[in-house]
Design a protein around this ligand. Structure first.
Ligand SMILES: [Cu+2]
Length: 715
C-alpha cells in the first residue's frame, strides 16, 4: 500500500520550471539596484556593543505592548553612514521591535524601535501579557524581496504560479508578521506559529490566527528564551530584517541580583545575539534573491527557482545589531547569554588572546531550556541557529588585555562550500579588559561547585530521562529501541534534500543537480499532521539525516533531551529507502515510502525502513573527514546535556532525542521507576486545543521552503 500522502500535489517550489533570470546585472534585488559592500572596508571593534545591562530591560511581569516597526539604525560604524547621502546617512533600514509599558517606551521616543528589541525579563510562574501590533511598511520589501513562488503567508492570495512557472513577481503589499516565543511552554494560540500571522490593522490574518494578545504562563525553568518572527515563508526575511529579541525567565535562585556566590549579574550579565549580514554600498541590507550577486556568487539554483536561496551567508558579523563591536569589561566573571540568531551560519566560538595563541577556557552553565547540573569547562563551543548557551567567562586573569571572540565554523556546516574569510566571518567581537584589580564574589565555576541539586542554591537536580516509561524494564534509550516489546512511541523520521533530478537523499545526480527544497520525512508543510503525540507521553525520535548538512531541529512547546548521534551508512540506507518506494524511486514530497502508522521492524512509526541495521561504529567520511571532532558524534556533549528545544541533527548520523509532552521538570523517575504520564495533561493549559504547534529545521531558509511540519498534541 502506498503512503497515505502518496500523490499529494507538489508545491510550486518543487514542481516549478525555469523562470528566466536577466543577464549580468549585479543587483541583489529585483527592484532596487544594489552593489555589494566590500566587508573588508568596514572598521572592526570601533563601536560599543549595544548592551542591555546598560540600556535596560522590559519587566514582563507587568503587561507590555510590542510594535513591529520599520526604521533606520546604524549597524555599521557611524562614520560609514556619515559619508552617505540622505536617506542612507540615517542608517540601515531594518525591522525591529518597539515596546511600550504604561508611559514608558523602549527605546525612548522618538526612536520607533530597536534591532534586536529590548530584552523582556519575567519571573517564573508569573503570567506575561504581551500585546503585539504590526506597524510594518512594505518599503523594505523592495530590497528584501518576498518570493511568491514558495508557500508563504500570501495575504493578497496571489498565485504561486504564473504562466506555468513559479510566480516571480516581487510582492509589495501589506507585510504579514507574527511573533513566536522560542522555547516556551505555551498554549498554541499564543505560540505565534507560521499560520497565525497578521498584517497592519489586522486586514489579513493567517488561517491559524486566534489573537494578537498573548499570555505566556512562564511555568518552565528559568532560562534564556528569545522571540522572533515566524511568518509562513517569510521568516528568513523578517528575522534578517531584525525582528528578534531576548526573553529571560528568572526564578529559583537565578534572580539576576548580584551577590556572594550568585551567578554574575548587573553589568556582569550580558545578552549576545550573533548574526551574519550582508550590506550594499549604501549601507543597506542585501539579501541575494535571484540575480548573480554578493558573497555567495550566483544563486545555486537559478534554473529551478526564481530566488529562494537555500542558505544565506553574510560576510559581516553582528552582535546585538552592531557590526564587530567591542565591549569594555571589568576583570571579573561575566555571564553571557549567547544566542545564535543567524539564518544559517553555525558558530564555533573561542575566546582568544594574542592572536589565539592562548585560548581562554570558559564555562557552559546552561543551554536552551535551563541550567546544567554543573558547569562544563570548554575551550570552544559549537552552536547552531536558534540555540542558546549560557556561559561564564572569567576576565580576571587578563587585566589590561584584549580578548577576541573568534569563530571557525565553516559554512554550510560542515560541508564547506561558501567563502570563509578568517578576518571577517572568523571574528565576532572584542573584549577590552580594564587594568585595575577588582574583587569578585560571584559564583565561580572553576571550583567545581554545582549549579543544581545538593549543595547548590539554584534548583533541584535536572530530571535526566534515561529510560522509556511504560515498557518492560523501562528500556534504555541509548541502544536500539526495538526488542519486540511495546514502546510508547518510537519514530524514525528522515531529513530530505529534494534535488532538481527528483532525488531525495544526498548525493545528488551530479554537479548540476541542485537542491530546490528541504523536507522533513519527505512531506511538505501543508500535508496533514503525522506527528500527533499524546499529551503526557514520552517519545523517542530518531532523525535520519539524508543530506550533507547539519540541521538544527526545533520542536515547539517542549524541552527535550539529546541521547546520541549514531553514525549510519547513508548510501546503503538510501538504497533501502528508495527500494521501499513503489517503482524503487523516491517521489519528492510524496511522504515516506510506507504507511506512516505501521511500525517498521524496529517498532518505529514514520513510514520508513528501519535504520538501525545501518548503524555504524565510525562515521563515514563523506560529510566531514575528521570523524566529527566537533563532538557531534556519539553521546550528547556535556554542554548540551540539559534541556534542549533545538538539536543539531548532524550529517552522517541518526540523531536520537527523547521528548516528553509534559512540563519539563515533572519527575522522570519515582521510586526507581520511570513514570508514565500518557494521557495526563500536566500543563497549566490544554495543549490539545488551538491551532497546534510545529517542528522544523531552524536553518531559517530551509524552514521557509517546507522543512517544517505540524506538531499536534492529542488527548
Ligand atoms: Cu535544514
Amino acid at each position: 500500500m502506498a503512503s497515505p500522502f502518496f500523490g499529494v500535489a507538489r508545491s510550486a517550489a518543487v514542481a516549478m520550471a525555469l523562470v528566466a533570470i536577466g543577464g549580468a546585472s549585479v543587483s541583489a534585488s529585483k527592484l532596487v539596484k544594489q552593489r555589494p559592500l566590500d566587508a573588508r572596508t568596514i572598521p572592526q571593534f570601533v563601536e560599543n556593543l549595544p548592551d542591555f545591562s546598560v540600556l535596560g530591560r522590559v519587566n514582563g511581569d507587568v503587561p507590555y505592548r510590542v510594535r513591529f516597526e520599520e526604521f533606520a539604525q546604524k549597524i555599521l560604524p557611524a562614520a560609514f553612514y556619515a559619508k552617505l547621502p540622505a536617506p542612507y546617512s540615517a542608517g540601515t533600514m531594518v525591522f525591529g521591535y518597539g515596546m511600550d509599558q504604561g508611559t514608558k517606551h523602549y527605546p525612548a521616543l522618538p526612536l520607533r524601535g530597536l534591532y534586536p528589541g529590548y530584552t523582556v525579563v519575567v519571573t517564573r510562574d508569573h503570567i506575561a501579557a504581551a500585546d503585539y501590533k504590526n506597524n510594518l511598511s512594505p518599503s523594505l520589501a523592495r530590497t528584501l524581496t518576498i518570493d511568491q513562488s514558495i508557500d508563504w503567508a500570501n495575504p493578497a492570495h496571489s498565485s504561486m504560479m504564473s504562466h506555468g512557472m513559479g510566480n516571480a513577481t516581487p510582492y509589495l503589499g501589506a507585510i504579514p508578521a507574527v511573533t513566536h516565543l522560542h522555547g516556551a511552554e505555551d498554549p498554541s494560540a499564543f505560540d505565534g506559529g507560521p499560520n497565525t500571522w497578521f498584517t497592519p490593522g489586522m486586514k489579513a490574518r493567517g488561517s491559524g490566527f486566534v489573537t494578537n494578545k498573548y499570555a505566556y504562563p512562564n511555568t518552565q525553568e528559568p532560562t534564556t528564551l528569545w522571540f522572533h518572527d515566524h511568518t509562513l515563508g517569510t521568516t528568513r526575511l523578517n528575522v534578517y530584517a531584525g525582528l528578534e529579541a531576548f526573553y529571560l525567565i528568572r526564578g529559583n535562585g537565578d534572580t539576576g541580583v548580584p551577590g556572594m556566590g550568585k551567578l554574575p549579574a548587573g553589568r556582569q550579565e550580558v545578552e549576545l545575539v550573533l548574526q551574519d549580514r550582508q550590506f550594499d554600498t549604501n549601507g543597506q541590507l542585501l539579501f541575494p534573491d535571484g540575480y548573480p550577486s554578493g558573497l555567495d556568487g550566483p544563486l545555486q539554483n537559478p534554473k529551478l527557482h526564481p530566488y529562494w536561496m537555500p542558505e544565506f551567508f553574510g560576510d559581516v558579523i553582528t552582535v546585538n545589531g552592531k557590526s564587530w563591536p567591542k565591549l569594555n569589561v571589568a576583570p571579573k566573571r561575566y555571564r553571557f547569554r549567547l544566542l545564535n540568531g543567524a539564518n544559517v551560519r553555525f558558530f564555533n566560538l573561542q575566546f582568544c588572546v594574542n592572536g589565539c595563541q592562548t585560548k581562554v577556557p570558559f564555562y557552559v552553565i546552561g543551554d536552551d531550556g535551563g541550567l546544567l547540573d554543573a558547569p562544563v569547562k570548554v575551550k570552544q563551543l559549537l552552536f547552531s541557529p536558534g540555540e542558546r548557551y549560557d556561559v561564564i567567562v572569567d576576565f580576571s586573569r587578563f587585566r589590561g588585555k584584549a580578548i577576541m571572540m573568534r569563530n571557525d565554523a565553516v559554512t554550510p556546516y560542515p560541508s564547506a562550500f561558501a567563502k570563509f574569510t578568517p578576518a571577517l566571518q572568523g571574528r565576532v567581537m572584542r573584549f577590552i579588559v580594564a587594568a585595575n584589580a577588582v574583587s569578585d564574589s560571584s559564583f565561580n565555576p572553576s571550583t567545581g561547585a554545582r549549579l543544581r541539586g545538593a549543595g547548590s542554591t539554584v534548583a533541584p537536580t535536572l530530571e535526566k530521562i534515561v529510560a522509556l516509561p511504560g515498557t518492560k524494564g523501562g528500556l534504555p534509550l541509548s541502544s536500539p529501541i526495538a526488542d519486540g516489546k511495546k514502546v510508547q512511541v518510537y519514530r524514525q523520521l528522515t531529513l530530505n534534500p529534494i534535488f532538481g533530478s527528483g532525488g531525495c537523499h544526498w548525493p545528488g545526480a551530479g554537479n548540476g543537480d541542485v537542491i530546490n527544497a528541504m523536507l522533513l520525512n519527505n512531506t511538505g508543510f501543508k500535508a496533514p499532521a503525522t506527528e500527533k503525540p499524546r499529551v503526557g507521553s514520552t517519545e523517542v525520535w530518531d532523525l535520519i539525516d539524508l543530506s550533507n548538512d547539519d540541521h538544527p531541529i526545533h520542536l515547539h512547546l517542549v524541552q527535550f533531551q539529546i541521547i546520541a548521534r549514531i553514525p549510519f551508512n547513508l548510501p546503503a540506507y538510501g538504497a533501502a529507502y528508495y527500494a521501499a518506494f513503489p517503482h524503487d524511486r523516491c517521489i519528492p514530497e510524496a511522504g515516506p515510502p510506507r504507511p506512516y502508522g505501521v511500525p517498521n521492524r524496529a517498532g518505529a512509526v514514520g513510514g520508513n525502513p528501519d535504520v538501525t541495521p545501518f548503524f555504524l561504529k565510525k562515521t563515514l567520511p563523506y560529510c566531514m573527514d575528521d570523524g566529527r571532532a566537533d563532538g557531534t558524534d556519539g553521546p550528547a556533549r556535556p554542554e548540551e546535556s540539559g534541556w534542549k528545544d533545538s538539536v543539531v541533527a548532524s550529517c552522517g548520523h541518526v540523531t536520537r532525542v527523547v521528548v516528553r509532552f509534559v512540563p519539563q521538570d515533572l519527575p522522570a523517575v519515582v521510586n526507581g521507576k520511570p513514570v508514565n504520564y500518557t494521557g495526563q495533561n500536566k500543563f497549566p493549559f490544554d495543549p490539545t486545543q488551538g491551532p497546534g504547534y510545529i517542528w522544523h529545521c531552524h536553518l531559517i531558509d530551509h524552514e521557509d521552503n517546507e522543512m517544517m511540519r505540524p506538531l499536534i498534541i492529542v488527548k
